[in-house]
Design a protein around this ligand. Structure first.
Ligand SMILES: *[C@@H]1O[C@H](CO)[C@@H](O)[C@H](O)[C@H]1NC(C)=O
Ligand SMILES: *[C@@H]1O[C@H](CO)[C@@H](O)[C@H](O)[C@H]1NC(C)=O
Length: 145
């Protein structure tokens, strides 16, 4: 666990240096009428919020060397802010599933662990930045404990 945590911190460090927007992206921004706004609460069952939570957990899975995949189990709070696209800020619980990572299963079909030794739930805060018109996303912040 200690090792996974160190790895995760390392991943986040790398991620935070990857935010350089492309020229394509910048030209779009110049021609958009959307004004930056303050974060607003949004329903946790909103499909876009669910998608953002899934992206967070996928990023988590990419960053850890656990044998099993984790999946989002509960979204307790969600905020959205318009910043060059949409930025979601989520409090999300993730838990270990019975699906092995190396089998590349679809997370939708993965049940949570019931084995007491393997059961694990983490509380995460994540920020997911989605640029719908470019079908791009980033997970610049992901903190789990
Ligand atoms: C996880 O890694 C895969 C393969 O490297 C990549 O295609 C995918 O975009 C990554 N997902 C996230 C949320 O970072
Ligand atoms: C739970 O998982 C542990 C570790 O993999 C394993 O040794 C144990 O047999 C499992 N218990 C059950 C009830 O499946």
């Amino acid at each position: 666990m200690q090792r996974a945590r160190a790895l995760l911190a390392f991943c986040c460090l790398i991620l935070s240096t990857m935010g350089t927007p492309s020229a394509d992206f910048c030209s779009h921004i110049l021609h958009t009428n959307v004004k930056p706004g303050f974060p607003k609460t949004i329903e946790t069952n909103n499909p876009e919020v669910r998608k953002a939570a899934r992206l967070s957990v996928e990023r988590f899975n990419n960053c850890t060397n656990d044998i099993f995949l984790f999946k989002e189990s509960h979204i307790s709070k969600a905020l959205v802010q318009i910043v060059k696209g949409l930025k979601y800020m989520l409090d999300v619980q993730i838990a270990r599933t019975i699906c092995k990572k190396n089998k590349h299963p679809n997370l939708d079909n993965c049940d949570f662990q019931t084995n007491h030794t393997l059961k694990q739930t983490l509380s995460c805060y994540s920020e997911v930045w989605v640029i719908p018109w470019l079908q791009k996303f980033e997970v610049p912040v992901l903190q789990c404990h």
